[in-house]
Write a protein that binds this ligand. Structure first.
Ligand SMILES: C[S@@+](CC[C@H](N)C(=O)[O-])C[C@H]1O[C@@H](n2cnc3c(N)ncnc32)[C@H](O)[C@@H]1O
Length: 293
């Protein structure tokens, strides 16, 4: 399956998923923790009142978070259905006044924006996991459109965290499709090579070493990283007891945030988060620009 075919599958998946995407981060404890970790990561790195491009915004949970930071937001998605849902969910709230406009956008195609146009770019929930062979060019494009000192925040699907979290389902899948296919997915993170079901959800998962290398190869400096979950992928019944007590839950979330940011834990959740800044121009490049001016 080539890149364009994969994109058709992905767009169809999100068009058909529709409003079910709205519940992804609230319907399970692991999802609620991932939601909290993603919010805290944004609060740490997005400048209050900054101009932000949100890519793959979906129905708008994080659009509202960005609005809560007083950001001026250009909301984008490559699914028309998800973009319309974003308008419905956000327009009903005060957050709408922070939305500058909504437009269709593929994360691989940011050429329409000016260099340094944004203080930050946010691509949460996997748009880079759908860039496949164009991921390096996509990250270069994101780094180009943020200001010097600006930040790109992304979260991608995690290869080994997903394996850990979905071991029963993945074991069953390997029994049907073969251990070689399973080995290939675990080695590359790329679901495309093994897809037989026309309606299956394809994506490219990453290890922390891969996404951080990609960010550096694209000309970025890695500022921060985190898993979306660590202890919160454990026994849901135990977690439910903790969640039922507000004080224990607050303490748990603080421990979880700390654990998820540890270098040894960044591969441990369903998703991996990364904060990247454009690398400052090298001294000799800056001198050459000044000489040309
Ligand atoms: C899992 S949802 C995440 C929504 C929201 N950002 C969140 O984290 O809750 C992924 C979104 O990315 C969009 N998407 C997938 N591939 C994309 C691409 N290549 N460019 C832009 N958006 C994409 C989908 O349409 C979907 O709305």
């Amino acid at each position: 399956m080539d890149h364009d075919e994969a994109l058709i599958h992905v767009r169809r998946h999100y068009d058909q998923l529709g409003d079910a995407e709205w519940d992804r981060l609230t319907s399970s404890i692991a999802g609620r923790v991932s939601w909290e970790i993603h919010k805290r990561f944004a609060w740490r790195w997005i400048p209050t009142g900054g101009r932000v491009l949100e890519i793959g915004a979906g129905p708008g949970r994080f659009t509202r978070v960005l609005a809560g930071l007083g950001c001026a937001i250009v909301v984008t998605d490559f699914s028309r259905v998800q973009l319309d849902l974003n308008a419905q969910h956000v327009a009903a709230t005060d957050a709408e006044q922070y939305v500058q406009r909504r437009e269709l956008l593929d994360i691989c195609d940011t050429g329409r924006y000016g260099s340094g146009e944004f203080d930050a770019v946010v691509a949460y929930g996997g748009p880079l996991s759908y860039a496949f062979d164009h991921a390096l060019g996509a990250v270069r494009g994101l780094l180009r459109i943020v200001k010097p000192g600006g930040v790109v925040l992304a979260s991608v699907m995690s290869t080994v965290g997903t394996w850990r979290h979905l071991l029963p389902a993945i074991t069953g899948w390997a029994e049907v499709h073969g251990e070689d296919a399973n080995d290939a997915i675990l080695r590359t993170g790329d679901f495309r090579q093994a897809m037989t079901d026309q309606h299956a959800h394809v994506c490219r998962m990453f290890r922390w070493s891969e996404i951080s290398t990609l960010a550096r190869d694209a000309g970025g400096v890695v500022l921060d990283g985190s898993a979306s979950n660590w202890a919160s992928l454990a026994d849901p019944e135990v977690l439910a007891r903790i969640e039922a007590d507000p004080d224990r839950w607050r303490r748990f979330l603080d421990h979880e945030e700390d654990a998820c940011r540890q270098p040894g834990a960044r591969d441990g959740g369903t998703h991996t988060l990364i904060a990247v800044q454009p690398a400052p121009p090298r001294r000799q490049d800056a001198m050459a620009v000044n000489a040309d001016a």
